[in-house]
Design a protein around this ligand. Structure first.
Ligand SMILES: C[S@@+](CC[C@H](N)C(=O)[O-])C[C@H]1O[C@@H](n2cnc3c(N)ncnc32)[C@H](O)[C@@H]1O
Length: 237
């Protein structure tokens, strides 16, 4: 999977792309993230990337030209299958959207700053606008990293065992079950005995029941939103 990121703050990506599973995925070439500085594509002597909004109002808006220039450069190298603009006005990111975006082999992510991005960027580049939640950050870089990390987990080989991806919250449409590790008793709190008895069938049944219980208690909306296919999958497991 190739991901090209257009941003005014490339330095925000340096550490996260070298750390943990994401860092390993990058260094092993399982994903290839190229970060482009939009400012380098501004053509005037001051490298201007923003301007006052038409119609007046507070703040500045990111100009079209440097973003289109950066996008043209990327397009000359790789034919992007998906263009995503991080935006609080976008569809709220979910695991289903992550799964769907992860089917693309080449993705461009545009990060906004200031008061946002000139509307023509999204219009002309057919960008899918994605939000990481109903709150406003100062830039699209952290949202882009959230998306990149979630996408990386969908690439085979990034997470050691695929079954751990499948048992994560949201993958099957429900939350994950409780998990424990040693010691078996800590400060009087005991790990459920079923997890210590080695009966794999009983463990799987317990985990499924717990996952359903927690989902019912904390996120009943997830159960209501399950597709027929997801319900069938859950019944099978
Ligand atoms: C200060 S915000 C602009 C908000 C814009 N004026 C609005 O009301 O929708 C600047 C940039 O941060 C990014 N951003 C902020 N909050 C976000 C969120 N919840 N999800 C995704 N991107 C976000 C976007 O790229 C946005 O263009």
């Amino acid at each position: 999977m190739r991901i090209d990121v257009l941003t005014l703050f490339p330095e925000l990506f340096r550490e996260p792309l070298q750390t943990g599973l994401l860092g390993k995925a990058c260094s092993e070439g399982l994903i290839n993230v190229c970060v482009w500085n939009i400012r380098e594509f501004a053509t005037d002597t001051h490298k201007t990337v923003d301007d006052a909004p038409f119609g007046g109002g507070p703040g500045m808006i990111m100009k079209c030209e440097p973003i289109f220039n950066a996008f043209d450069k990327v397009r000359a190298i790789s034919e992007p299958q998906r263009v995503i603009l991080m935006s609080p006005r976008g569809r709220r990111l979910t695991q289903n959207i992550v799964k769907e975006v992860a089917t693309a082999s080449s993705i461009v992510i545009i990060c906004g700053r200031y008061g946002g991005v000139d509307e023509r960027v999204s219009q002309a580049l057919c960008a899918d606008e994605l939000s990481i939640g109903d709150y406003v950050l100062s830039g699209g870089e952290l949202p882009a990293l959230v998306l990149i990390e979630a996408l990386s987990r969908m690439v085979p080989g990034v997470v050691g065992k695929w079954e751990s991806v499948e048992s994560d919250s949201f993958y099957r449409g429900i939350l994950g079950p409780p998990q424990y590790t040693r010691p078996a008793v800590f400060r009087g709190m005991e790990v459920p005995s079923v997890l210590r008895e080695g009966n794999h069938e009983a463990i799987a049944k317990w985990r499924q029941e717990q996952a359903m219980k927690i989902t019912r208690e904390r996120r009943p909306d997830l159960l209501e939103a399950l597709s027929e296919e997801q319900q069938r999958e859950l019944e099978k497991s």
